[in-house]
Write a protein that binds this ligand. Sequence first.
Ligand SMILES: CC(C)(COP(=O)(O)OP(=O)(O)OC[C@H]1O[C@@H](n2cnc3c(N)ncnc32)[C@H](O)[C@@H]1OP(=O)(O)O)[C@@H](O)C(=O)NCCC(=O)NCCS
Length: 166
Amino acid sequence: MKPVRTRTLQSADAEALLTFELDNREWFERHIDARGSAFYSVQGVTDHIAAYLADFTAGTWHPFVIEDDGGNIVGRANLKGIDMTERSAEVGYRIAQNACGQGLATLAVRHLIQEAQLHWNRKQLVATVYAGNIGSANVLKRCGFLIEHISRQEGTEHECRFGLSI
Ligand SMILES: CC(C)(COP(=O)(O)OP(=O)(O)OC[C@H]1O[C@@H](n2cnc3c(N)ncnc32)[C@H](O)[C@@H]1OP(=O)(O)O)[C@@H](O)C(=O)NCCC(=O)NCCS
């Protein structure tokens, strides 16, 4: 694996994040829900970062980026919906197509678990994956998540809900 570091998203990331999201738009849309077209501009990404950082300040969301040694964003990972009452949170992640298969998502999910435990004092993590997303399910299983529920809604792809007690 090439050297990378995982750090909290910051306001100055707008251009690097736009490049990452544009370069991988078609790749992500094959696996996860598409973003609106307004997102794909400097203003759209600047607004997106501002919203995420406001949620970070409010203690409901922790957005991270994975950066290579050239300062390029090669992945993203989020702790979402941090819930103080339930002491739970949801994990989400996406890796650049040309950086896949090197263990980056596994690294990112392990980082999220550690942050959830040490920084946010969470007890339970959840993740939702489309049933056809074998790579993502592999990452979760490798990090200790177990399948809790499979939703089978008529006319939509099956979704698997994973959980991890920490
Ligand atoms: C899913 C995703 C995050 C995986 O990222 P990654 O950095 O390649 O993941 P890792 O290298 O840590 O591990 C992936 C594992 O799944 C395996 N894998 C990937 N695709 C697979 C497939 N179609 N069938 C079987 N195994 C597959 C890989 O071989 C690897 O296992 P290995 O290390 O034992 O060989 C990445 O493909 C991605 O960002 N996809 C688009 C967005 C997305 O799906 N996000 C997750 C939403 S729930």
